[in-house]
Design a protein around this ligand. Structure first.
Ligand code: PMP
Length: 398
């Protein structure tokens, strides 16, 4: 039966992890990962999470099925975080939120919903983008095209290209946008840039789908949601895939949400009912633990403050690593301006290293990065940064 099944191509990042694990050099460093490591090189368990878990364990609650859209207190907290706790949208009757299996699950729910209900079959993603965007939408029956995003010459945004690319899409296309801390480049839009993007999307009647997987890693929880809020103010209907994998360091618990802002109140009940059908036919209802933890933290003033503080700690440490990287590269004799590393935001930086230079980093120095040159700044610490910058300086020099 299965003799015709071909081996799927290896996931490039998992392949990188295998090569890293097989490397016996003691000073090896894995910059290919997509998770936050603390100063000790460990994935942290946040204190706010541990406190919420202890309280939950003490409750010994029964594990019945959740509603298809998940825990109501969780969904409401997601909305507050996205739109701001004083947003009039919260009571507008125009919001639908469904707990999902991480941000990935939220993207899949949104993709399926738009495909089944509105017949959408074309989506535009940024060039480059998180590699699963393409695969996920293709698997959901879409043709996936790209709009220009990154400008290698400036290590920044190609705004004109982006606007022209979005303009040129067939009217009514789904446009996927990274709300903050773009993966893989770390390059984000300014407020003024967003206003221009929103203008094009509105004129062309495209469907905006925001992916916000790193809220809190750029500036702070409020500023990182600025795209969400600007889109909401524009009056456009909107889909948002959000994730707590990074901001709560809860990767394996799969905690995310799909939020849909409908055009008007009357649309909300039908949208929710159809979204529930998508959920029902995919996995029936979501898991309890991670969302309970997050809901507990977000709905308790003390735990919320503790979490916000811990999130700020992760953000500040990443920024410190960015600054140290720029300084140390300069000190190691790199003459080109590497200041862009400090301007980029979130966990990643597009380092500008070529595939050959990345290969040399691995073979000669035991430093592993994605062949595109993407490095996870959140994997750097005081103990490994000198080795990393020395090695990068060497491969840039030769
Ligand atoms: N979107 C982007 C841009 C991401 O980088 C990621 C995680 N790497 C996700 C979505 C998915 O996150 P999750 O692990 O919550 O599914």
């Amino acid at each position: 039966l299965f003799s015709a099944v071909e081996l799927a191509p290896r996931d490039p990042i998992l392949g990188l992890n295998e090569a890293f694990n097989a490397d016996t050099r003691p000073n090896k460093v894995n910059l290919g990962v997509g998770v936050y490591y603390d100063e000790a090189g460990k994935v942290p368990l946040l204190k706010a999470v541990a406190a919420a878990e202890e309280a939950l364990v003490a409750e010994h609650a029964a594990r019945t099925y959740l509603p298809m859209e998940g825990i109501a207190a969780y969904d409401a907290a997601v909305q507050r975080l996205l739109f701001g706790q004083d947003s009039p949208l919260l009571d507008s009757g125009r919001l639908v939120t469904a707990q999902s299996l991480g941000g990935t699950g939220a993207l899949k729910l949104g993709a399926d919903f738009l495909h089944r209900q509105l017949g959408k079959s074309l989506v535009a993603i940024s060039d480059p983008s998180w590699e699963n965007h393409r695969a996920l939408f293709e698997a959901a029956g879409y043709e996936v095209v790209t709009y220009p995003y990154y400008d290698p010459a400036t290590h920044g945004l190609n705004l004109d290209g982006m606007l022209a690319g979005i303009e040129a899409l067939p009217e009514g296309s789904v446009v996927l946008l990274h709300a903050c801390c773009h993966n893989p480049t770390g390059v984000d839009l300014s407020l003024a840039d967003w206003a221009r993007v929103i203008d094009v999307i509105q004129r062309r009647q495209h469907v905006p789908f925001l992916d916000i997987a790193y809220q809190g890693f750029g500036e702070n929880l409020q500023d990182d949601a600025v795209a969400v809020r600007l889109f909401a103010e524009s009056g456009l209907p909107l889909l948002i895939a959000s994730s707590f994998s990074k901001s709560f360091s809860l990767y394996g618990e799969r905690v995310g949400a799909l939020t849909i802002l409908t055009g008007e109140r009357d649309e909300t009940a039908p949208v929710l009912s159809q979204l529930k059908r998508v959920i029902r036919t995919n996995y029936s209802n979501p898991p309890i633990h991670g969302a309970k933890v997050v809901a507990r933290v977000l709905n308790d003033a003390h735990l919320y403050a503790l979490w916000e503080d811990e999130l700020a700690g992760m953000r500040v440490r990443i920024k410190a690593m960015r600054q140290a990287m720029v300084e140390q590269l300069q000190a190691a004799g790199v003459s080109r301006d590497m200041g862009f590393i400090q301007r980029q935001r979130g966990m990643f930086s597009y380092s500008g290293l070529s595939a050959d230079q990345v290969a040399r980093l691995a073979s000669e120095y035991g430093i592993y990065a994605v062949s595109s040159g993407r490095i996870c700044v959140a994997a750097l610490n005081q103990g490994n940064i000198a080795a990393v910058t020395t090695a990068i300086a060497a491969v840039l020099r030769d």
